[in-house]
Design a binder for this molecule. Structure first.
Ligand code: 1HE
Length: 267
């Protein structure tokens, strides 16, 4: 039995197609896919299994009209957690989101409706974000008397810069549509975010897996290093990736004139 088949999921769904593209769906639409502790556990299990089972690309989506309403506020209120308890909650979120960002499998988030608080933290751990007209991004923690704990200070600040993130948290400012693309929260605006995400996933799945692994792990790791160490790490990764036997066929195709030429498409 594969690792994926062995998963037992209640709050998420996982489907795998014959191109090796997985679709992970947050499946608590009645609760607007709010992230309770059990959902985070499932995300950890899923994103541990996917890279090791050879998945080529992954779509992350939410069932219903909203992608994700963030931290399960009702569970958080009921649990009446201590500071240490909540720190461990956050560490668990980081485990899930780090497995996504550093796992080596391209993850494309297909977003609609609310992508707020922890929902934005989750979406920002994906490698590419696609929104539709209904999608909006927010960090309502400021209004709720809370603070981000799932990596927004790292990933959201990285996407849009510190000043915009501070503004979102202090004022509750929301971003959507073209503006969300312009500021860097989303990569694509599409009529159907899921269809577009699938098209992108198929394109990613055509790349060699080792190359995708480097793109979807090394870039993030290298960002955390000093320039000197980053240059060394980059050369090391390139040493392994750029000499992989599977790449020789693509290089030979270029030499023979049959490999693709990199030019903008007409029209
Ligand atoms: C929830 C949650 C939730 C909905 N936790 N249960 N996140 C927020 O501050 C966003 C909170 N949610 C909302 O603002 C709205 O629910 C939505 C705009 C997302 C959707 O509105 P709507 O009118 O479609 O749904 P609703 O009627 O508000 O909610 C439907 C149900 O989902 C309802 O449950 P029910 O049992 O009464 O039917 C809601 O309680 C439930 N629900 N959102 C729990 N978030 C690591 S730190 C991260 C910190 C944060 O993420 S703070 C941001 C929290």
């Amino acid at each position: 039995m594969s690792r994926i088949e062995a998963l037992s999921l209640e709050h998420c769904k996982l489907e795998l197609d014959d191109l090796g593209i997985a679709t992970v769906t947050l499946n608590r639409p009645d609760k607007r896919n709010a992230l309770n502790a059990a959902t985070i556990d499932e995300l950890i299990a899923i994103f541990t299994a996917l890279p090791r089972d050879g998945v080529r690309a992954c779509i992350l989506r939410g069932e219903g009209p909203h992608f994700c309403a963030g931290l399960d506020l009702v569970e958080h209120h009921a649990a009446d957690r201590s500071p240490a308890d909540f720190m461990h909650v956050c560490l668990h979120w980081h485990e899930a989101f780090n497995k996504m960002e550093y796992g080596g499998v391209p993850i494309i988030a297909a977003l609609q409706g609310a992508v707020v608080g922890g929902g934005l933290e989750l979406a920002s751990a994906a490698h590419i974000r696609v929104i539709d007209d209904s999608a909006y991004f927010g960090l309502p923690e400021g209004q709720r008397g809370l603070f981000t704990g799932g990596g927004a200070t790292i990933r959201v600040a990285d996407l849009i810069g510190k000043s915009r993130m501070v503004d979102m948290m202090l004022t509750g400012r929301l971003y959507r549509g073209d503006e969300a693309v312009t500021v860097g929260l989303a990569n694509y605006l599409a009529e159907d975010s899921h269809a577009k995400a699938y098209e992108i996933a198929k394109r990613c799945a055509e790349n060699l897996p080792l190359t995708n692994f480097a793109i979807c792990s090394a870039i993030s790791h290298v960002q955390n290093m000093s320039a000197l160490d980053a240059a060394y790490a980059e050369s090391f990764v390139a040493g392994v990736v750029n000499t992989q036997p599977a790449a020789r066929e693509r290089l030979a195709a270029f030499r023979d004139g049959s490999g693709p030429r990199i030019k903008p498409t007409q029209g």
